[in-house]
Design a protein around this ligand. Structure first.
Ligand SMILES: CC(C)(COP(=O)(O)OP(=O)(O)OC[C@H]1O[C@@H](n2cnc3c(N)ncnc32)[C@H](O)[C@@H]1OP(=O)(O)O)[C@@H](O)C(=O)NCCC(=O)NCCS
Length: 160
């Protein structure tokens, strides 16, 4: 996260929602055309390496390489991460951040893509118009790949 956040702020989109003056949730995304954020500066890579150790750093590299290889060829907006403070979960913060980001994505007429390794999050994303395209193992852990087409967006709009 320490390496991802500065790069997302510089090269992508960061949405934050505050509640009672405190940070409640954050969404990091890459706009259409940004296939991936550039690698972190060497100093940041070294800090991660020293902090986590070579074995863990290698495993992270394998995770990112596997996920990168699965990214759709078609240009898309990419949800890098979405997180809500545990005390604020289940109160609409994540839905609000996702809806705000998707409104921007829809305005650009782009499809959207994300991955999750949490099956409990699948209804949260499918409600927003995402559909699971594949389930793949990453280091032995199942990961779901989700895609949101413009057709899904149009369908959702007409349903209302
Ligand atoms: C997943 C997450 C972003 C959803 O944000 P949220 O603000 O808690 O969700 P909302 O209140 O807007 O919507 C609630 C829905 O989120 C889903 N959800 C997933 N994890 C949840 C949790 N820990 N608490 C509450 N809802 C959760 C459920 O589908 C829930 O729907 P339901 O009320 O019908 O059961 C948030 O719970 C979170 O940060 N979880 C931990 C980190 C994570 O999994 N990030 C996503 C990585 S892909």
């Amino acid at each position: 996260m320490r390496a991802l956040v500065p790069r997302a702020r510089r090269h992508g989109e960061t949405l934050a929602l505050h509640a009672s003056g405190r940070l409640a949730g954050v969404l990091l995304a890459a706009p259409p055309g940004v296939t991936r954020f550039p690698p972190p500066p060497l100093a940041s890579q070294l800090r991660t390496l020293l902090g986590q150790g070579l074995r863990v750093a290698r495993r992270w590299q394998e995770v990112f390489q596997t996920l990168d290889a699965e990214r759709p060829f078609e240009e898309h907006a990419y949800l890098a991460t979405l997180g809500v403070e545990p005390a604020c979960q289940g109160r609409g913060v994540g839905s609000a951040l996702l809806a705000r980001w998707l409104a921007r994505v829809d305005a650009e007429g782009a499809p959207a893509y994300l991955e999750t390794d949490r099956p409990e999050n699948l209804p949260f994303y499918t409600r927003a118009g995402f559909a699971v395209t594949r389930e793949i193992p990453v280091l032995g852990v199942p990961v779901w790949l989700l895609w949101r087409t413009q057709a899904a967006r149009a369908g959702r709009r007409s349903a209302f």
